[in-house]
Design a protein around this ligand. Structure first.
Ligand code: AMP
Length: 237
């Protein structure tokens, strides 16, 4: 069942582009979708969650929902988003923590920093998470963002978001790669093709991974221990 937090239905019929006849099997698929702004994480995240029948969580959607509520926190969040910067790790981690309903999910837009990655990969689980990077070049990202019409897609803000991606998110990709969790997909293609590529890769990884007794990812960055502990409650619960 697909649970989009903003209630927007996902009309796509995934069966029309299915390339793997049998459903994949892993006890608790945990997938992170990462990529430059404009990479198509929202579209692909919703489709993938539907295929896997797991919860879909988009941090951007959650934050925009908080803005719509017109609370003081929502106003503060809006300012940060419209500056092109990232929300503080503690806030975003507890937001994700409070939204995750079980052991299986597709996360869109989280993690985005090393601290966030350490926090989420520290969750005890029977199987390692799978991080999919939907890779598009910067010029394609800029072109897509400036034709999308969202309030944080203004050219100046879009440029800032791309700089933040290089400084905050690229190191996180390196971290996930060093953990052997990162899979890079070419995102500079029509959405249906990207969807097939992601599905093929996820299917292979899920069908080749054998659930083991609870695995906790090694904590490599001690300075992020506080963030990691925020997810301890989720892991325990
Ligand atoms: P998105 O819809 O994923 O492009 O996110 C829109 C904006 O929400 C980002 O530019 C950030 O300001 C904020 N945001 C979303 N996810 C995160 C995150 N994991 N960490 C910090 N800020 C985030």
């Amino acid at each position: 069942m697909l649970r989009r937090p903003n209630g927007v239905p996902v009309p796509h019929d995934y069966r029309s582009v299915d390339t793997v006849s049998q459903p994949v099997h892993q006890a608790q698929p945990r997938i992170f979708l990462v990529g430059r702004p404009g990479a198509g994480k929202g579209t692909q995240g919703a489709r993938l969650a539907q295929r896997l029948d797991v919860q879909y969580v988009s941090t951007g959607d959650l934050l925009r929902k908080a803005i719509e509520a017109r609370t003081p926190l929502g106003t503060a969040i809006e300012k940060v988003i419209n500056s092109g910067n990232l929300l503080p790790a503690e806030l975003i981690i507890s937001l994700v923590e409070s939204c995750i309903e079980g052991d299986s999910y597709v996360l869109d837009g989280f993690p985005r920093t090393v601290a966030q990655a350490v926090a989420i990969t520290s969750q005890a689980s029977n199987s390692p998470p799978i991080a999919i990077e939907i890779a598009i070049p910067t010029n394609v990202a800029l072109d897509r963002l400036t034709h999308r019409g969202r309030s944080d897609d203004d050219i100046t803000i879009a440029r800032r978001r791309l700089v933040v991606y290089e400084t905050e998110t690229v190191p996180m990709l390196n971290y996930l790669q060093s953990c052997g969790l990162l899979h890079r997909i070419d995102g500079d293609a029509p959405a249906d093709i990207v969807e097939q590529t992601i599905w093929q890769r996820v299917s292979v990884v899920l069908s080749s991974s054998h659930p083991e007794p609870a695995v906790t990812m090694p904590e490599q960055h001690h300075s992020h221990a506080d963030s990691a502990s925020l997810f301890g409650a989720v892991a325990a619960g």
